[in-house]
Write a protein that binds this ligand. Structure first.
Ligand SMILES: Nc1ncnc2c1ncn2[C@@H]1O[C@H](COP(=O)(O)OP(=O)(O)OP(=O)(O)O)[C@@H](O)[C@H]1O
Length: 335
């Protein structure tokens, strides 16, 4: 394995009950050291299965998983070095004792040799995750978002080399979510931790990840940097996972002034500008999105989503003209 990589899967397959449509098939991935790699894909595409294979919670039917040069066997097959230096955070912290306090829960994540530094390390973890005031609360009485922060603190306190995160922030409210995403990025940079992240949230994926792995029906279909995959996706699937856009046929594209022979056209909401002249589109809906609005506009049976920063300017039922600054074309049979 190359020095800049830490985890690797070679042609890994894991199906459940012999059914090839479940789990993952023939997956080869390389996880760079000290970076955040996000696994993205629609529900049921195999993201959690892949994370469990990396962590050794399940064993592949075929293929191999490596941590550095060491093969990651199932956790049932005894302690291995990889198991001690990797931590996984699942969605609900289900394996926690509800009666333990937050302090005790996080302390239990400390390796025995570090217990003499309990006060310093637990306090540091509590502060890092913004949960110091909750230190004496029983874990079971916390909200979903608080539980997620405690679970992350418990995983981080052992300073793992690899942190595997499965939808780690889905119950954290918007304000703390951004702060937490920022904190995780800081930790990765400072401690040179490697993170593998599974998330459904495009904003989270794009702002946090250094590398993306796109998985569909148990297979890797595309990978690269968030910037490249967002701005030039090879697949319709990738564009739909990463961006809010409108998918229309080539025939409908003509109504938007686009000539396309490939079959499907995708236009991201931010690539449509409202201008003063041109064909009129009917504003069907105005969706409040905080610092911007999303307009749903329609003409001749074509519906488009438009990002609009001039809040309050356009009302439902009014008419607007548009200019499309960029679009993507995909083959008809791609999905
Ligand atoms: N233990 C299991 N037994 C049977 N089938 C399973 C098992 N675990 C996963 N699968 C199936 O394998 C496929 C991939 O599941 P997986 O949980 O890895 O997907 P996912 O991308 O993480 O989905 P989601 O985003 O909804 O969590 C699904 O069809 C799922 O039903």
């Amino acid at each position: 394995m190359k020095d800049d990589l830490i985890l690797e899967t070679i042609s890994v397959t894991k199906n459940f009950f012999g059914d090839k449509s479940t789990g993952v098939n023939n997956i080869t991935i390389f996880v760079p050291k000290g970076k955040i790699t996000a696994i993205v894909g629609e529900s049921g595409s195999g993201k959690t299965t892949l994370l469990n294979l990396l962590y050794g919670t399940i064993q592949p039917d075929h293929g191999e998983v490596f941590f550095k040069e060491e093969q990651v066997l199932s956790r049932d097959h005894g302690i291995q070095h990889a198991h001690q230096v990797m931590r996984m955070v699942t969605q609900n912290g289900i394996d926690m004792n509800p009666d333990s306090t937050v302090w005790e829960t996080i302390r239990d994540g400390l390796p025995p040799e570090d217990l003499s530094h309990e006060i310093k390390r637990v306090t540091e973890a509590l502060n890092m995750l913004n949960i110091y005031p909750l230190k004496d609360y029983p874990f079971g009485k916390l909200s979903g978002g608080e539980k997620q922060r405690v679970t992350i603190a418990k995983a981080l306190i052992s300073r793992p080399q690899v942190l595997l995160l499965d939808e780690p922030f889905n119950q954290v409210d918007a304000f703390y979510r951004e702060a937490l995403q920022h904190d995780i990025r800081q930790i990765v940079r400072e401690w040179k931790t490697t993170v593998v992240l599974v998330s459904h949230d495009p904003a989270e994926i794009l702002s946090m990840a250094d590398e993306l792995i796109v998985i569909k029906e148990g297979e890797i279909v595309e990978n690269g940097s968030p910037d490249v995959l967002y701005h030039s996706p090879n697949l319709l699937y990738t564009s739909q996972i990463l961006a809010s856009g409108s998918k229309i046929t080539s025939y409908q594209a003509k109504i938007c002034g686009i000539k396309s022979r490939r079959g499907i056209v995708v236009i991201y909401a931010e690539n449509i500008r409202i201008v003063s002249f041109g064909k009129k589109w009917f504003v069907k809906m105005v969706l409040f999105k905080g610092f911007y609005e999303e307009l749903i506009i329609e003409r001749e049976g074509v519906t488009l989503r438009v990002m609009n920063y001039k809040r309050g300017k356009y009302k439902t039922g009014s008419q607007v003209s548009i200019k499309i600054t960029k679009y993507f074309e995909f083959g008809k049979w791609e999905n």
